[in-house]
Design a protein around this ligand. Structure first.
Ligand SMILES: C[S@@+](CC[C@H](N)C(=O)[O-])C[C@H]1O[C@@H](n2cnc3c(N)ncnc32)[C@H](O)[C@@H]1O
Length: 315
């Protein structure tokens, strides 16, 4: 992997200060680790979850981290006299361990769930090193989408539509429309109800996903975006939600833009989201759909691709 942004300690500070995340991850470690276990923490970062596994009674914990911050995490473990934790500066797909493990876990969730590009990699690790019948987390990720009016949380479109220093900036609008943003969604600006479009095992990621949803929209409201979030079962019985109505986390939510429409009585929004991945596991999101009128006409059809503003195709 690239040494990447995770070397930047701000990210680790945000993650450690994320109360909802840490409460859930502590519960995950407690649920999975039994006294005497050999444990692997995949992408150990600061080493915090490896330390928690040691405190839960693990005999030996491998905290594996590809970035050079592993050296500092090793110092942290030593400085605090934590026993049984070995920090390995290595890639989880190729690391060699002295013995197989009873438990494997990973905080492998990024923005829009797939953003950390780790699911296939944790799967490769578990196939190689987890003992038959071993325990692992997380166990399930569920994806939710819901129509919204995003004016209150940073809709950038008005800026690009206005003249700037006498210049018309609207040629940039297709790229703006195709971007996926990380935002804090305001729950009162959500329309209809959340739709759960997927539930999958992160240790068994598919090559691609196609998700469909449709909603009856409330007449008179403005619709211009799709809020996107995930819930995760870190372990059996340990669930954390990144829903806009749950306790806030550093993941916040994501926003996909759709054509703006003042909803008429009987309008439905039809949406399809396609996700595929390159060889480095970087996800690419495509979304398409239309507003379906009460008499069945498709209006304002759209087709967007996160990686390609030129694929933007609104009528
Ligand atoms: C979301 S952070 C979690 C850090 C830590 N486990 C925590 O919960 O605070 C994911 C970590 O995985 C590391 N990572 C990503 N891909 C990796 C790979 N292929 N091998 C080893 N570490 C990796 C990143 O550098 C990052 O530190």
């Amino acid at each position: 992997m690239s040494k990447g942004h995770y070397v930047h300690l701000d990210y680790h500070k945000w993650m450690l200060q994320d109360e909802a995340r840490m409460v859930a991850l502590k519960a995950m470690v407690q649920a999975l680790v039994r006294p005497g276990d050999v444990v692997a923490d995949l992408g150990t970062g600061t080493g915090i979850l490896a330390v928690l596994a040691s405190q839960a009674g693990a005999r030996r914990v491998f905290g594996i981290e590809a970035s050079p911050m592993a050296r500092l995490s090793r110092q942290m473990v030593e400085r605090n006299g934590v026993s049984g934790v070995e920090i390995l500066e290595d890639d989880i797909t190729t690391v060699e361990l002295p013995e197989p493990v009873d438990v494997v876990f990973s905080e492998c969730l990024g923005n829009l769930a797939f953003g950390d590009r780790m699911f296939r990699k944790v799967q490769v690790f578990a196939d190689r090193w987890l003992k038959p019948g071993g325990r692992r987390g997380p166990t399930e990720v569920r994806i939710f989408v819901q129509p919204t009016d995003c004016r209150l949380f940073g809709d950038p479109r008005p800026f690009w539509k206005r003249p700037y220093e006498g210049l018309d900036l609207t040629p940039f609008l297709p790229a703006v429309e195709s971007q996926v943003s990380v935002v804090d969604v305001v729950p009162s600006f959500l329309h209809a109800a959340p739709a759960q479009v997927a539930a999958f095992d992160p240790y068994d990621r598919a090559d691609r996903y196609t998700w469909n949803a449709s909603w009856d929209l409330p007449a008179g409201k403005l619709c211009n975006g799709i809020a996107f979030w995930f819930d995760v079962d870190w372990a059996p019985g340990v669930t954390m939600s990144t829903s806009p109505s749950a306790e806030g986390t550093h993941w916040a939510q994501a926003l996909l833009r759709v054509p703006e429409r003042t909803i008429a009585a009987g309008d439905r929004l039809e949406l399809q989201i396609d996700v595929d991945f390159d060889e480095e596991e970087t996800p690419c999101y495509r979304w398409s759909g239309c507003y379906r009128t009460a008499d069945g006409r498709a209006e304002q059809p759209f087709r967007r691709c996160q990686d390609d503003p030129y694929a933007h195709d609104d009528e």
